[in-house]
Design a protein around this ligand. Structure first.
Ligand code: GRF
Length: 197
């Protein structure tokens, strides 16, 4: 029996597309829902085009009621029967209520070599620091933002004259490699960290 996976997005969903495409054949998982906090997120239509159920819970409808927003997310996710959650460009900070409900079965992709550059603007910060390499990380989600156990990382050399946009584009290519690989391992019970150089 394959493991139902829900994917949470806020934008275009390029990582989501790679995850859905990877869950075929003898893959231990199957995408059961693509959920967004923005009804206009471009990734929702891409998911529908791939035949995946979609839903949107607009965080703006809840104003400062984070708990109400998260309870609605949980009802969509549990209603779809999802057992594992992938955050893929989901840009809302989640509270212990949501994280506790999915403890040990929720992954996130972050565009830096954690623990460096938690939060936003990771590429601009790596360039400003004069780093020679950047990359991305897939980790389990815990209460601390971008802090959970690391399951995989991929390296991207920084080139002279790189802009944050140029670097982001090369890191995104590695994200599309890393996330499906780590998800497959995670669903097969493998927790040892992998490193793609
Ligand atoms: C990715 O770079 C991801 O690491 C970050 O947001 C971006 C989402 O891109 N959290 P997409 O929506 O998957 O194309």
């Amino acid at each position: 029996m394959s493991i139902p996976v829900a994917i949470l997005i806020s934008g275009g969903g390029s990582n989501m597309v790679r995850l859905v495409e990877s869950m075929t054949g003898n893959h231990p998982g199957r995408a059961c829902l693509v959920l967004s906090n923005d009804p206009a997120a471009g990734g929702l239509q891409k998911a529908r085009d791939m035949g995946i159920a979609t839903a949107a819970v607009d965080h703006r409808d809840f104003k400062s009621d984070r708990e109400g927003f998260e309870k609605e997310l949980i009802s969509e996710i549990d209603g779809a029967g999802a057992e594992v959650i992938c955050l893929a460009g989901f840009m809302r900070i989640l509270t212990p209520l949501f994280i506790g409900h999915y403890a040990g079965r929720m992954l996130n992709i972050h565009p830096s070599l954690l623990p460096k550059y938690r939060g936003l603007d990771t590429h601009a910060r790596a360039l400003a620091a004069g780093d020679s390499e950047a990359g991305c990380t897939v980790h389990e989600v815990t209460a601390e933002l971008d802090d959970g156990p690391i399951l995989g990382q991929a390296l991207v050399p920084i080139r002279p004259g790189d802009t944050p946009e140029a670097l982001a584009a090369r890191v995104l290519v590695r994200e599309h490699e890393l996330y499906p690989l780590v998800l497959r391992r995670f669903l097969s019970g493998e927790r040892e960290r992998i490193f793609l150089d």
